[in-house]
Design a protein around this ligand. Structure first.
Ligand code: ATP
Length: 208
């Protein structure tokens, strides 16, 4: 099974990295593809160029062979729709089961995503929750697909929905960008190699 973890990663931080590592172990994944969104359809244009966000991810995962930076969305034009990314992954890895990881914030907006029902044709969807998360009442489309058994995911190619608690670190890229803009030190929120890259390229400073 392959994990699919998309985001703007503007910049990548330990909240993302800890989640990716934890789900890779919990689900016994062969790899987790960290996929920077080139042109996110549902939010403002990221601050750093897509190629720089991918470069920062690459630095961040250097010592973690199961965490892969997948830049396929940088090769497409137009909005970076997840359904197109899953289709392309399925073509490249036809024998693999795909697990799409999304945060609860993203799950609450899921029905606004382009061709959102089709996400379940190509992948199982795993919603990453905080340990204290209270399950909400789900629409029928979701409740029909809900499982609480991880083993269910290995027994079918796609179409299940599972909620998985992970350790959540209270870190956001927005807070990191604000800190850098104010010349404060973001140390211990993201890898030093990423901080060095940000400094070198003068990212997230008021002039950029
Ligand atoms: P921003 O502050 O710019 O909105 P972000 O830090 O929320 O960015 P994204 O790149 O938008 O990061 O997030 C990508 C994915 O990572 C989303 O599914 C989001 O829910 C998840 N995520 C973000 N921050 C954390 C965190 N601290 N712990 C676990 N998951 C996170």
């Amino acid at each position: 099974m392959i994990g699919v973890y998309g985001g703007t990663f503007d910049p990548v931080h330990y909240g993302h990295l800890r989640t990716a590592l934890e789900v890779s172990e919990i689900f016994g994944l062969d790899a987790v593809h960290l996929i920077p969104s080139a042109t996110p359809p549902h939010r403002k244009t990221p601050h750093a160029a897509a190629i720089m966000r991918a470069a920062m991810l690459q630095l961040a995962v250097a010592n973690h062979p199961k965490l892969l930076v997948d830049s396929r969305e940088l090769q497409r034009t137009g909005p970076s729709y997840m359904v197109d990314t899953l289709k392309s992954l399925q073509q490249d890895l036809p024998t693999q089961t795909l697990l799409l990881f999304i945060g609860t914030d993203a799950f609450n907006q899921l029905t606004g995503w382009h061709q959102w029902q089709d996400l379940f044709r190509y992948a199982h969807v795993v919603v990453i929750t905080r340990p204290s998360y209270q399950q909400q009442i789900l629409a029928e489309f979701f409740s029909l697909r809900l499982t609480t058994d991880i083993n269910d995911l290995a027994h079918s190619q796609a179409g299940k929905l599972l909620f998985q608690p992970v350790t959540q670190l209270d870190i956001s890229a927005t807070a990191i960008r604000d800190m850098i803009a104010k010349h404060r030190n973001p140390g211990f929120l993201l890898p030093d190699a990423v901080i060095d890259y940000i400094k070198h390229h003068r990212l997230y400073t008021p002039l950029n």
